[in-house]
Design a binder for this molecule. Structure first.
Ligand SMILES: *[C@@H]1O[C@H](CO)[C@@H](O)[C@H](O)[C@H]1NC(C)=O
Ligand SMILES: *[C@@H]1O[C@H](CO)[C@@H](O)[C@H](O)[C@H]1NC(C)=O
Length: 175
């Protein structure tokens, strides 16, 4: 992994083509992260036509912006679900998820600021913190089988986690 990062940095300075850069980052994810989807990674990093795909800095912001947008929608969804729910157990878990997601949005926004100021190490720490939130949201539902043992935002949890992992790959490569 270290060797790969060195190679990547070396190659980056020689200027990789955009396909190479995305390919390297996503292959690294596949090699180091369980259940990592190479296709998801490539699709996400190619998704914004305006991004300079030769720049690790610009590319790292693509999954991060998507994660923020999805996490913000999830906060609204959780608020709606909370208003509709009357089961005290489920309400407790939803409140926990809402708290987790609000924290995650804050961490993600701070990590955008870190990336803008070139502070990739701190950005990575915040991404790691953020990555704990979806699991902590799920844990509540799993703990006592409330709501069928799965949170109503499980799909969002998984997708946001994957986006953060993709962003981490890039951020860890730059710093
Ligand atoms: C990977 O996927 C399998 C099957 O979907 C699942 O059982 C396992 O918990 C996953 N591992 C991780 C680390 O997410
Ligand atoms: C894109 O990023 C690369 C690497 O940082 C840089 O060399 C290049 O000038 C950038 N291209 C544009 C159009 O900004």
């Amino acid at each position: 992994m270290k060797l790969l990062i060195c190679m990547l940095l070396l190659l980056t300075t020689i200027t990789l083509t955009e396909a190479d850069l995305i390919g390297y980052a996503c292959s690294e994810g596949q090699a180091t992260t369980p259940n990592f989807s190479y296709k998801f990674c490539v699709d996400v990093l190619r998704s914004d036509p305006k991004t300079n795909k030769s720049s690790l800095h610009d590319l790292s912001l693509v999954p991060l912006r998507l994660a923020i947008s999805k996490a913000t929608s999830t906060v609204s969804l959780l608020q709606t679900l909370l208003r509709k729910s009357s089961d005290p157990r489920v309400r407790g878990h939803l409140t926990n998820c809402l708290h987790q997601y609000s924290e995650m949005v804050t961490e993600l926004i701070y990590s955008v600021e870190d990336i803008h100021s070139g502070d990739y190490f701190d950005a990575d720490l915040k991404l790691r913190d953020a990555l704990n939130s979806p699991g902590r949201c799920e844990d509540g539902f799993r703990s006592d089988g409330g709501g069928g043992g799965v949170s109503p935002v499980k799909g969002m949890n998984d997708e946001i986690s994957n986006l953060i992992v993709v962003c981490e790959l890039l951020v860890e490569d730059v710093h």
